[in-house]
Design a protein around this ligand. Structure first.
Ligand code: URA
Length: 211
């Protein structure tokens, strides 16, 4: 069972925005804005355990004992191409985080995920990393991204998506049981083309208007 490693963000704002994203009549501009806003809300939960330290701050009235995030270094790693759309929102929340990029495609014959591009911050092995992708469908790409990060010395990985399939959750959890998964909703399943059903269609096409 993966229950304690999967957090579904049931907040009404997340659910409402996902419904708007699902709608076939939602255009690319609005879709991008919704991806960005929903990502911020999911990121809020995914960063809930960041450690804090107490500092003294001079307010206009007195010294306040106040809290700031204590030095834990974060990186976000979007998976091309849809995962990119989640980054502008979350970078507003955590502007000091670094961004890496991973590109993986599925070999049409072998159906295995193949890495075609990886660019990571040089100190990635010292950072907590949150992988972002809008859809966790078969889980193959997410597993490969976590493999690549571990090969680069990353010890602490989370995965953030907007929609997941039960199959994708199980695949990622079985391959990487240490990776916490944050998502907005878990849909019924996958169709023959491995799209999430009912889902929202092709997230990359919806975001970049390529269809
Ligand atoms: N990728 C998408 O963009 N949509 C899906 O439903 C599954 C994978």
């Amino acid at each position: 069972m993966y229950d304690n490693m999967v957090k579904v963000i049931e907040h009404p704002l997340v659910q409402h925005k996902i419904s708007l994203m699902r709608d076939i009549n939602t255009g690319a501009k609005e879709f991008r804005e919704l991806v960005s806003e929903t990502s911020m809300l999911i990121c809020f939960e995914a960063t809930r355990d960041l450690p804090l330290k107490s500092v003294d701050i001079q307010t206009p009235l007195a010294i306040a004992k106040s809290k700031v995030i204590s030095g834990k270094k974060l990186a976000f790693v979007p998976i091309f191409r849809a995962g990119l759309g989640m980054c502008d929102g979350i970078m507003k929340l955590v502007p000091a985080a670094k961004i890496g990029h991973i590109g993986v495609f599925r070999d049409p014959d072998e159906l295995a995920p193949v890495e075609y591009y990886t660019k990571l911050p040089v100190d990635i092995n010292e950072r907590e990393v949150i992988i972002t992708d809008i859809m966790l469908a078969t889980g193959g790409t997410a597993v490969k991204a976590a493999d690549i990060l571990k090969e680069n010395g990353v010890k602490n990985i989370k995965f953030m998506c907007i929609l997941a399939s039960p199959y994708g959750l199980e695949t990622l959890h079985n391959a990487h049981p240490d990776v916490e998964i944050y998502c907005g909703a878990v849909d019924e399943g996958l169709n023959e083309q491995c799209y999430i059903v009912p889902g929202l269609g092709d997230a990359g096409d919806r975001m970049f208007g390529t269809k």
